[in-house]
Design a protein around this ligand. Structure first.
Ligand code: 8YV
Length: 316
């Protein structure tokens, strides 16, 4: 059904082409514009059959409770830790995400952050812009060639990162509890601290949520050691940020590159002031091509669900 008679609730400002498609085909309500939730729920809640959100916006049970006829939640992003999946499953509400289309973009971000960190690119640029070049030499970085890249989470994005790291002639190792993956030649560790000990660069790309909360803790950071670098392109919740700050302050690790934080968009001031830390504002999937593909997939999921009640990429 695309005759503007179906009401959908969008959780905030999403990709412009997705917003335009939604406006064209649906009656769009915007969560960000609702000030009086109760009044809005009383007059509009029962009309909403679909929610469109993102991996960052997630959902709120308070709002979902006011949508008695909700049938589907379509999310812009692969990670769904911010979405109340168990609650939605209980109510029989279908959920879709955007897997696969962002693997390359996130892998590129991981490599960009890794290179930026190890070759001190941000720091070097600050040095040049500050006019410091004529007054002295910039300190040396370290190379990736021949080093060990430890991947925490060898899922689809993790494998895509591994291929790129291998092209830089890095040795690839990964953490997985229990048995190694069949048919994968990379070195397997079932103990995360052991992987960290072996790694020069520890790249984190596991899903967020309760199961991975503070997986990267003090012990893992200490195992990574004073010559080891941490790169996080997963979720802020996966790294114990206070332990990371302590490890950086004590020079227990060499540096960190972070695309995600525990309390986004707020970044601890301690991290802001460290030269051996590279900071990015959650841009893992942020290329024009990938965001377009994500927007198209969200809309295609919604359209298919409205047509036949199925999703192209359901969260299962
Ligand atoms: C965000 C992401 O969802 O896919 C994910 O899980 O974290 C990102 O792609 C996207 O930035 C939402 O705005």
């Amino acid at each position: 059904m695309t005759d503007n008679t179906v009401d959908v609730l969008v959780w905030g400002a999403l990709n412009p082409s997705l917003m335009a498609n939604l406006q064209q085909h649906y009656q769009v309500h915007n969560r960000a514009e609702i000030t009086d939730l109760q009044a809005w729920g009383d007059s509009h809640g029962a009309k909403i059959t679909a929610v469109i959100t993102s991996g960052v916006f997630g959902t709120e049970i308070d709002v979902l409770e006011r949508l008695p006829n909700l049938k589907v939640v379509c999310s812009f992003g692969v990670g769904y830790d911010a979405i109340d999946i168990a609650y939605l499953a209980d109510r029989g509400i279908a959920v879709s995400n955007t897997p696969d289309v962002l693997n390359n973009a996130v892998a590129e971000t991981a490599m960009a952050l890794t290179l930026c960190l190890t070759r001190r690119i941000s720091e070097a640029e600050r040095f040049v812009r500050a006019g410091a070049w004529p007054t002295g030499k910039f300190p040396l970085g370290r190379q990736l060639t021949g080093k060990t890249c430890g991947i925490v989470g060898l899922g689809k994005i993790g494998k895509t990162i591994a291929q790129r790291a291998a092209a830089f002639e890095m040795n690839i190792a990964y953490f997985r509890r229990g048995e190694p993956y069949a048919g994968i030649d990379y070195t397997h560790y079932n103990d995360l601290a052991e992987l960290a000990r072996a790694a020069d660069y520890l790249i984190v790309i596991v899903p967020g949520g309760a199961g991975t909360q503070h997986l990267i803790n003090r012990e893992v950071l200490q195992a990574l050691g004073p010559d080891g670098f941490l790169i996080n392109v997963a979720r802020g919740s996966v790294v114990d940020e206070q332990a990371l700050i302590a490890a950086l302050q004590a020079k227990e690790i060499a540096g960190a590159a972070l695309d995600v934080f525990e309390n986004e968009p707020h970044v601890p001031s301690e991290l802001m002031s460290m030269d051996n830390v590279v900071l990015a504002p959650h841009i893992g999937s942020g290329t024009q091509e990938t965001r377009q593909a994500m927007a198209d997939l969200v809309f295609a999921n919604l359209q298919q669900f409205m047509a036949d009640g199925t999703l192209i990429t359901p969260v299962e």
